[in-house]
Design a protein around this ligand. Structure first.
Ligand code: ADP
Ligand code: MG
Length: 451
């Protein structure tokens, strides 16, 4: 077995142990470059891969190597930057043109039958603890549509990869099983289709058009809440697909039990399958995402710049991409991108939490989340639908802004400050015990901090 065959065999076995996305992220552009006595040297494209492979996968790689060839007892990684990145970095005009053309071309590549964008795949979806459950569930569904988790319900804040993940499932299924009819529809479009079918008395033919679908992907389903006629029709569509074991994939900005004005029977349908969340990536993962994206675009940015972006752009993955694109556009205009220009260019993307989380923002966000008027948060009422959000608002003022209890009491109509203390303690304690509350608080906080 030569080095290349040996490495191919290791890679083949690694795929059984780690997710496809991780595999693609960490093992792309790696190879064995030498085998000396008992030691194998593996080349990797950058310092980051080296760090991950040697910290996380070292043992596993060594075990597989050793199982394949008993004489191997040690391994090491060295960094060999890829030629491709360096070539493109030299500002080759031809390359720029093709890349621009490629970007524009992408827009046209949205499949007319399925509405899927081929750009969204599992291969370019970075996995970390913030989204691994949703990713695993999505993979399972892609491999076994209709039979594993039905429906699959993915929820989380904006720009965190819900659409990407759902479309990756759709793309994988339609690539693999050409016969399967996959359809991606935004809930906004879906609702307006229902409304116009009702208006034109063509509900039957609308339903008939959905009947042949094998995989229905509905994005941002929270949009259907409060639209009663649409919910009713959707309930029937859902049932008829579900009974035929057709796969349904839904996304929303929050879990089913936190969508106000969602019909009970729909809620319980949504909860009948698998519910998985996507949340915010941590610093390390933000850095991996940036590296994945720069690689995808065939550009190279200095490490310190990527680190600067990962440190400062925390709102969501869409913003991370936006920040990166902004730099890339400037670098195409032949501006040198150093740390100073980066800071200037990214001013709009970067803010400290204290700039955003303020009294007004908290009240506004809590009221909106619970579908209340801001004013009614301050009503002197014992109605549960109001008391609870009010307690949450008090809790957040204390926790996020360090308001004193008397200050909170003053804001809420000069109540005795023990009410504020009680609210704070109650939410604090329930947060420990009640997962639903924890989820709601996280979603509210995400919104408060996302500008
Ligand atoms: P959402 O639907 O949750 O609002 P999107 O799926 O539209 O978010 O994601 C926003 C952008 O971030 C997209 O360009 C998407 O490709 C990218 N993105 C999100 N999550 C990931 C991820 N885990 N790995 C790579 N790119 C991601
Ligand atoms: Mg989306």
């Amino acid at each position: 077995m030569n080095n290349s065959e040996l490495w191919q065999s290791v890679l083949a076995q690694m795929q059984f142990h780690i997710s496809k996305a991780n595999f693609a992220t960490w093992f792309k552009n790696t190879e064995i470059i030498s085998k000396k006595e008992e030691k194998i040297i593996i080349s990797v494209p950058n310092a980051f891969s080296k760090e991950w492979l040697s910290n996380k996968y070292n043992k596993l790689i060594l075990k597989i190597l050793h199982d394949t060839d008993e004489s191997i007892k040690d391994l090491d990684f060295i960094i060999e930057p890829q030629l491709k990145g360096l070539l493109i970095k030299s500002n080759n005009i031809e390359n720029e043109k093709t890349e621009d053309a490629q970007l524009k071309f992408d827009e046209f590549k949205i499949n007319k039958e399925t509405n899927l964008n081929p750009r969204y795949t599992f291969d370019n979806f970075v996995v970390g603890s913030f989204n691994e459950l949703a990713h695993a569930a999505a993979l399972a569904v892609a491999d076994n549509p209709g039979l594993t988790y039905n429906p699959l319900f993915i929820y989380g804040g904006t720009g965190l990869g819900k659409t990407h993940l759902m479309q990756a499932v759709g793309n994988k299924i339609s690539d693999r099983l050409k016969k399967e009819k996959v359809k991606y529809i935004s809930s906004e479009k879906f609702v307006s289709a229902i409304v116009s079918a009702i208006r034109t008395n063509s509900m039957e033919s609308f339903k008939a058009s959905l009947a042949p679908i094998d995989v229905l992907i509905l994005d941002d389903i929270q949009f259907i809440a409060g639209k009663n006629k649409s919910q009713e029709e959707f309930f029937h569509v859902f049932n008829s697909l579900y009974e035929k074991n057709k796969q349904i994939i839904l996304s929303s900005d929050r879990p089913p039990n936190a969508i106000p004005e969602l019909e009970e029977r729909l809620r319980s349908r949504f909860e009948g399958g698998m519910i998985a969340d996507v949340s915010l990536p941590d610093y390390e993962t933000r850095l991996v995402i940036l590296k994945t994206k720069t690689k995808e675009k065939g550009v190279d940015l200095p490490e310190e710049i990527l680190e600067y972006i990962a440190t400062n752009v925390k709102k969501n993955i869409r913003e991370l991409e936006g920040a990166l694109n902004k730099l890339l556009v400037s670098s195409k205009l032949n501006q040198t991108i150093d740390l100073e220009t980066t800071k200037k260019l990214l001013k709009g993307f970067i803010f400290s939490p204290f700039d955003v989380a303020n009294y007004k923002k908290i009240i506004e966000t809590v009221a909106k989340f619970y579908n209340l008027d801001e004013k009614s948060l301050f009503d002197a009422t014992r109605k549960k639908e109001i008391v609870r959000p009010r307690q949450i608002a008090m809790f957040l003022l204390r926790k996020e802004l360090k308001y004193s209890f008397p200050a909170i009491a003053r804001k809420f109509g000069g109540k005795d400050h023990t009410t504020a203390i009680y609210a704070y303690k109650k939410i604090l304690q329930e947060n420990e015990e009640n997962n639903r509350l924890t989820e709601e608080l996280n979603l509210i906080k995400q919104r408060i901090y996302s500008g």
